[in-house]
Design a protein around this ligand. Sequence first.
Ligand code: GAR
Length: 208
Amino acid sequence: MIRLGVLISGRGSNLEAIAAAIERGELEARIEVVISNRAEAAGLEHARRRGIPAVVLPSRGLDRETYDQMLLDELAKWRVDLICLAGYMRLLSASFIRAYPMRILNIHPSLLPAFPGLDAQHQALAYGVKFSGCTVHFVDENIDSGPIVLQAVVPVLDQDTVESLSARILAEEHRIYARAIAIVGSGKYRLEGRRVIFEPDPAQNNPG
Ligand code: GAR
């Protein structure tokens, strides 16, 4: 059973998707705690409705090191194995990341390394790509740059707006995040350089 800590800042639909996958028995994990840096995050309500402990740690006005130490202290209480960033819109400090080496996942709404940072769906439309998608990756000390666990591709249609493209990508986010957590939680992967190779047989066991 993987013990998860989920960090959010807003809507929490990825949190919902992870919780639903656990409920359906598709992911052997338990969300020990949801932590939001914003008291008004709608995702907190989703967590509470499901009986998941939901903690607000307001970040406003605090420098990164101070805040991240508070986060580490809170997470330590819940003894989580894996931290999932699910629309958590703050950068993590190097000391936080070093406290959980290869044990922090993030989901990003583009095919990294294209369009890191904010407003990825807007960036994709503005650039004119014909396909975009989403990426689940390990978090390292640079922005949206760690080794990639899973990606999913969606087409960009001529009539797309940021909203319609975001919705198409979000449906894929909800599909792949729980799968990526299952892979990482199972430990059945190895790292070759930046490549995350699934074991035992990636050819027959390709979960993408
Ligand atoms: C998702 O689209 C996620 O990929 C994105 O924020 C949204 C959160 O939605 N994350 C980032 O852009 C991180 N750089 P949610 O709160 O409904 O899960």
